[in-house]
Design a protein around this ligand. Structure first.
Ligand code: GUN
Ligand code: ZN
Length: 442
């Protein structure tokens, strides 16, 4: 019987062979080779539940796991799946909307599009399209805003669960300053949120985020509802927007005149903790930076969105030096790409304008282990180590003729990563596995 047991067990295990690259810690600089593992001919062994059981040079594991199904990716890089820490599931069809900045963009394009999510069949279709686009770009974990309609996140969680994908999401809470079709009264929002937390939080790999949109669309009563939800569900995440746009900040302080700055509004309602994701966080005042550091709240940088909406330049170096935790995200559909590679590229360009050259080790750390640490999920995702899920992607640095041509002159891993982020997109993602199951293979 024992032999049979092992036989069955081994039949379901898998080995992924290739050039394995994964961070151990945040890189100090571009020369910090101790911040990652690189196995030129490595192997990842994954068990029948999709969890990594061993990782080492293939030559050291080959005999022990003889006969196990093996996928060989040759010299291509195998790295952890990307993690997108902020985006909007109901905005896939808002991408590429012309000619506005944040507040006008919300009113003209975004709120009308989000109103379509009152329809269940629309939610069902869009949840599939959205997760397909993320997966195709190598994103295996996402944190997302739903629309105000509770079924938007219901369908998103259902689709995530089907894929065994780690998705953190919440129905957006908003009760003023938008069309009625995307508003919900505070007491109803409370009940909706409680119901969906009970149904989905920590079910499979789904987790709930309490999601007040931002201060402008929240009455003080809705802020109190958010506070109650936070106090009653302390394992849930919290996500909102902060200091993205100058007109937004002005309007916010007019609506909350008793507050000295934007962040203090969220602080008043006990929204700041190490599980709080504050999208954008661009135009922060000194006191806000200090309070973010103290609370452990995370500044989520959304470069393609900040450029597209003309919002401003993220102060990466200053925030890092002052000890604020930072993350990176697509912010689709203010953001213009589902690709983390395109997102890293725009982050680099923004920092160039700030006279700082963000190095590619830092960018790849951000999109993998860095974002996982921000979620407190580093013992599940974001790096390739025993006990973590086999959420992994295969990068092809020769996926276009230009990349191939440029690669002829490439000498180091760091250079290759920079080529990938500068020139790559979904075509550079050859394969994607979620908990060991193939989602994409070109
Ligand atoms: N602030 C409030 N809502 C939104 C949104 O949907 N997108 C962006 N970029 N900023 C916001
Ligand atoms: Zn956003």
């Amino acid at each position: 019987m024992k032999g049979l047991f092992f036989g069955d067990f081994f039949e379901k295990m898998k080995i992924f062979k290739g050039r394995i690259f994964s961070f151990l810690k945040k890189p100090d600089n571009i020369h910090d080779t101790g911040s990652y593992i690189l196995l030129k001919k490595g192997a990842i062994v994954c068990d029948e539940t999709g969890v990594i059981v061993e990782i080492d040079d293939y030559s050291k594991l080959a005999k022990k796991y003889e006969g196990i199904e093996t996928e060989d990716f040759g010299s291509k890089i195998i790295c952890p799946g990307f993690i997108d820490l902020h985006n909007h599931f109901p905005q896939t069809q808002v991408i590429a909307s012309y000619g506005t900045k944040l507040l006008e963009w919300l009113n003209k394009y975004t709120f009308p599009n989000e109103s379509l999510f009152s329809d269940d069949s629309h939610c069902e279709r869009e949840s599939k399209v959205f997760l397909d686009l993320l997966n195709n770009n190598g994103i295996t974990t996402t944190v997302s805003f739903g629309s105000v309609h509770v079924n938007s996140v219901e369908y998103l969680f259902r689709e995530a669960h089907n894929r065994n994908m780690c998705v953190i999401a919440g129905n957006v809470l908003m009760d003023r300053n938008a069309p009625n079709t995307v508003l919900e009264k505070a007491d109803k929002s409370y009940l909706n949120s409680k119901e969906i937390i009970d149904r989905w939080h920590n079910v499979g790999r789904c987790k709930y985020a309490i999601t007040p949109r931002f201060a402008i669309t929240s009455t003080p009563e809705l802020m109190e509802v958010s506070q109650s939800l936070i106090e009653e569900n302390n394992s849930c995440y919290i996500q909102t927007h902060l200091s993205e746009n100058i007109d937004e900040i002005k309007t916010t302080l007019e609506l909350f005149p008793e507050h000295k700055n934007y962040l203090s509004i969220y602080d008043k309602y006990k929204m700041l903790s190490n599980k709080t994701l504050l999208a954008h966080s661009i135009h922060l005042k000194e006191g806000e930076i200090e309070r973010m550091k103290e609370s452990g709240a995370i500044a989520v940088h959304c470069p393609t969105s900040n450029l597209f909406l003309g919002s401003g330049l993220f102060k990466y170096k200053e925030l890092e030096e002052k000890g604020v935790r930072t993350a990176i995200a697509t912010d689709v559909g203010g953001g213009t790409s589902f690709s983390m590679l395109r997102t890293m590229d725009e982050a680099y360009k923004i920092q160039q304008l700030e006279n700082f050259s963000l190095n590619p080790l830092n960018s790849f750390f951000w999109a993998t282990l860095g974002n996982a640490e921000c979620l407190g999920l580093q013992n599940q995702i974001g790096s390739l180590k025993t006990g973590n899920y086999a959420d992994l992607i295969v990068l092809n640095s020769n996926s276009t003729s230009l990349m191939s041509h440029r690669m002829e002159k490439c000498e180091t891993l760091e250079e290759e990563l920079f080529i990938l982020q500068t020139l790559g997109d979904d075509r550079a993602i050859d394969a994607v596995f979620i908990a060991g199951e193939k989602i994409k293979q070109v």
